[in-house]
Design a protein around this ligand. Structure first.
Ligand code: AMP
Ligand code: GLY
Length: 423
């Protein structure tokens, strides 16, 4: 079968890399892809949000399955689009429909869902711009730090944590005034949770599910978890503090009720669920749902899957995931992300990247790269993730860091403390 992967980041390179190893897959196409995805499939110059162009490509190229990597096409209803069109309705889209995607697309929907189904999460209130007085009153009733979340998708920037009450009220006003566009028309105000974060990933056909390896992501730009939030600067899997007992609690208190709730709401959820968790003194508490794999979490989770990923996708599409096998490597995988100088603020693109062919012992998953005139150049803030397998976390990290030193481009930056808090 031919399969089309939508997206252009490290997650999509990793997924395309894994799918290309399946004996059941003839060709992997990636739209639009990057200089790394070209090594494992064929790039197609189509935007993941241009559903009309995607349909045309699917019909003309005998595509049998579509895998959207990022959340935006899912929230915009790519699966609904396919299912309502007689020409492509039999081509499965691996991901939820737009209602299911609201778990990520609307924080208010996700919170209401969690409360309804008894899933542990921070207490909250939800307000629109004409309820500013109520919102300010609610804030006053909470203890600092204050957590404000734009309801809609805001490219990972919609969560703001502030210690001062007056500043929080001002922030609330600017969110209502359009700081995040219409994503901030509604704002969720949440209790602050303290603890250590980790993420758990589930693949489901809507009835049965399998839990994939957990991962820890390093979100801040600076060492010691300082500075601005990024898409993610590195990741490790497994997470040492995620004991079997903790993961059992995640399954019983979070995964099972989530699947139950989706069925109750008559949401035919097929795809990944990414559960962002806080470990609050041994109790897992949900920070957020995402309706896709994480990036750079995919770069450590997918390489630990030993079985055929396409076979799992087929199980999702056909509703027989239960019959498919998921084998997980007991090796540790770490990844270190090389980013452009200035990221997550302003940065330059088009910098020549050297040393990719000298990488040894790691896999270089391309995140923001482009092939131009025979060279690989930077084309994004996050550029290349170096993923390494080893028996110990120390060995995996030293491989990722060694190769992070070998690849070079003007302005290259990476965090040299990924995984250190877990040693
Ligand atoms: P999100 O976009 O929901 O992933 O939020 C971004 C980050 O904000 C999370 O990864 C957490 O580090 C932090 N965060 C979100 N909600 C809370 C909360 N209720 N308490 C503490 N930290 C939070
Ligand atoms: N690395 C966090 C995310 O993919 O949302």
């Amino acid at each position: 079968m031919n399969i089309l992967v939508l997206g252009s980041g490290g997650r999509e390179h990793t997924i395309a890399w894994k799918l290309s190893q399946s004996r059941k897959v003839t060709r992997v196409f990636i739209a639009p892809g990057n200089a790394g995805t070209m090594l494992v499939g064929d790039n197609v110059n189509i935007s993941p949000e241009d559903f009309g162009a995607i349909k045309k490509f699917v019909v003309e190229n005998d595509i049998g399955m579509v895998f959207p990597g990022p959340e935006v096409p899912l929230v915009k209803g790519i699966r609904d689009f396919f299912e309502s069109d007689s020409e492509i309705k039999d081509v499965p889209v691996i991901g939820p429909d737009s209602r299911g995607a609201s778990l990520e697309g609307s924080k208010d929907f996700a919170k209401e869902f969690m409360v309804k189904y008894g899933i542990p999460t921070a207490s909250y209130g939800s307000f629109t711009g004409d309820e500013i007085d109520e919102a300010a009153g609610f804030l006053r009733s909470m203890s600092p730090p204050y957590v404000l979340k734009a309801d809609g998708l805001a490219a990972g920037k919609g969560v703001i944590i502030i210690s001062d009450y007056d500043e929080a009220v001002n922030e609330l006003k600017s969110m209502f005034a359009g700081k995040f566009g219409s994503a901030g028309d509604r704002v969720v105000i949440e209790e602050f949770l303290s603890g250590i974060e980790l993420s758990v990933f589930v693949i489901t056909d809507g009835k049965d599910y399998k839990i994939l390896p957990e991962a820890k992501d390093y979100k801040r730009i600076g060492e010691g978890d300082t500075g601005l939030n990024t898409g993610g600067m590195g990741a490790v899997s497994p997470v040492p503090f995620a004991t079997a007992e903790f993961l059992d609690k995640v399954d019983e208190k979070i995964v099972k009720p989530t699947l139950f709730g989706l069925m109750k709401e008559k949401i035919d959820y097929r795809g990944f669920i990414f559960i962002g968790l806080m470990n609050c003194d041994g109790e897992p508490t949900v920070i957020e749902y995402n309706v896709r794999m994480g990036d750079p979490e995919a770069e450590v989770v997918i390489p630990r899957i030993e079985s055929d990923l396409f076979d799992l996708f087929e199980g999702v599409a056909e509703g027989n995931l239960k019959e498919r096998t998921l084998e997980i490597s007991d090796k540790i995988v770490t990844t270190v992300m090389l980013v452009s100088g200035g990221y997550p603020g302003v940065y330059e693109k088009g910098k020549h990247i050297s040393g990719i062919d000298s990488v040894e012992g790691s896999i270089a998953f391309h995140a923001g790269t482009r092939y131009e005139g025979g060279n690989v150049v930077t084309s994004g803030g996050r550029v290349i993730a170096l993923s390494t397998y080893a028996k110990t976390m120390d060995d995996a990290l030293s491989g990722s860091f060694r190769n992070a030193g070998i690849i070079d481009f003007e302005g290259k930056y990476y965090r040299k403390d990924i995984g250190f808090d877990l040693k």
